[in-house]
Design a protein around this ligand. Sequence first.
Ligand code: GLN
Length: 260
Amino acid sequence: MNMKKLISTLLIAACVFSLAACGSKKEETESKEESGKESDTLVMATNAEFPPYEYYEGDEVVGIDAEIAQAIAEELGMTLKIEDMAFDSIIPAVTSGKADFGAAGMTVTEDRKKNVDFTDTYATATQVIIVKEDSDIAGPDDLVGKKIGVQLGTTGDIYAGDIEDAEVEQYNKGFEAVQALTQGKIDAVVIDGEPAKEFVAQAEGLKILDEAFTEEEYAIAVAKGNDDLREKINDALAKLKESGKIDEIVAKYISADDAE
Ligand code: GLN
C-alpha cells in the first residue's frame, strides 16, 4: 500500500468512527439531535427577571436581549431557543455547553472574562442606587455602613461588597430586593439603571438617585475559545447596528425621553 492509499484508508476509518467530523450537514444534525441539541438551534441562557432586557409576557420571554438575539439568529439562519435560569447559572451554562451564549444585560468584567469570551458590546448601562423617597442617602458615599440589597451574582452585588461596613443582602431577583426596600428591611438597592426604572415605577414611595454608581457595558457571553460563534455574532451585531435594527429594538422598550 502506498502512502496516499494508506492516508485515504485512515481518513475513511476516521470518518466511520466520527460521523460528526466528516459527515454531511444532515448527519451532523442527526448526531446533534441525539445529544438533544440541534445544530441549527442557538440556545440562549438568560435570567428573565430583568426588564426591559428580558422578562415574561405571558409565558414568552421578551425584551431587548430577546429581540436582539432573535435578530442575530435570523442573520445566522438559525432558530433561537431561550432558556431561563438564575443569573449566576448563566456563565456555567455557557462554559458547560448547555447554552451557546448568554444574553442577560450582562456587564463585561475582567473577572467574567476569565471564564467566558464576550462579543462586541451592544449597550451601555449604569449601576444606580434606589432609596425610599424620604431617605437621607443622597449618593454613593452615604452607603457606608448601610444595609444594601442586590441581585445575587450581579455587578451591583460586587460593588456593594466593596462598600465599607455595608451589610449586603443578596436576592435571587432584583424586584425582590426592591420589595424588601419598600418594606423597610434594607436601606438601599444597587442595581442596573433600566430595570431600576421599571421596578421603581411598579413600587410606591421609592426614587433613583441622580448620581450613578458606575458606567458599564453589556455584551453577549460565549464559551472561551468559541471564536467561530463570537465572530458570527459580532458580524450579525455590526449589521444590525448599521441597519438601525438595534436602535429600533431599544426604542421599542425604552422611550427616548426616559433614556439616560
Ligand atoms: N448588569 C448586571 C451584571 O452583569 C446585572 C445583570 C442582570 O441582573 N441580568 O451583573
